[in-house]
Design a protein around this ligand. Structure first.
Ligand SMILES: [Zn+2]
Length: 207
């Protein structure tokens, strides 16, 4: 079942989420709802607090899609390709984080806003999969960024908290004052960001 995605400044997004002691059928059903919600919103990741559930659970699928909407591995890094997606991960923990990188991030809980955020370029993370088995992920690229972004949600933290104080306050007060852009405007902004990313990628491979 598709669920409603909470938006900043909803206080439920600020709670530290609780660890899972065992993966129960109820938690599996929650993970399935989250995947449906994420795909329904054209997102690449979703954390349980974003649908009001205080659980340390993330779902992620950063694979690009072709014209028919089928997942491809085009443009993914070698490491990203080795990780089976979609990912369902309970109690995620980062074991190793190396080097820094910057990426224009967005968030389903802050629709229409994209800002450059610094994250680790390479990470190793562990957690439990949908069956409660140990899951180990070694990755870089967009998947590493996305994992770090989603893990922030489990601490009650949003990407707009990671900007400079001035920029962060400007965005927060703008949203509190005038709300969010319309779904159509959000879609237009998304298209622009996608285009800019594609151009940046073309440029970086031109040399
Ligand atoms: Zn987010």
């Amino acid at each position: 079942m598709k669920r409603e995605v909470l938006k900043f400044p909803d206080p439920r997004l600020r709670k530290k989420a609780l660890s899972v002691s065992a993966v129960t059928p109820e938690l599996q059903a929650l993970a399935d709802d989250m995947l449906e919600t994420m795909y329904g919103e054209n997102g690449i990741g979703l954390a349980a607090p974003q649908i009001g559930e205080s659980v340390r659970l993330l779902v992620i699928d950063t694979r690009p899609t072709d014209e028919d909407g089928q997942p491809t591995d085009e443009g993914m890094t070698e490491l990203e390709r080795q990780v089976k997606q979609p990912i369902i991960i309970f109690n995620p923990e980062i074991l190793v984080a190396q080097e820094k990188t910057k990426y224009d991030e967005g968030c389903l809980s802050v629709p229409g806003y994209y800002e450059s955020v610094e994250r680790s370029r390479y990470i190793e993370a562990k957690g439990l999969d949908r069956e409660g088995r140990e899951l180990l992920i070694r990755t870089d690229g967009l998947l590493a960024i996305c994992l770090q972004h989603e893990m922030d949600h489990l601490e009650g933290k949003l990407f707009i908290d990671r900007l400079s104080f001035v920029k962060s306050e400007r965005i927060k007060s703008k949203i509190k004052k005038s709300g969010y852009p319309t779904p159509q405007e959000v879609e237009e902004e998304r298209a622009k960001v996608r285009e800019a990313r594609a151009q940046a990628k073309a440029k970086s491979t031109e040399t």
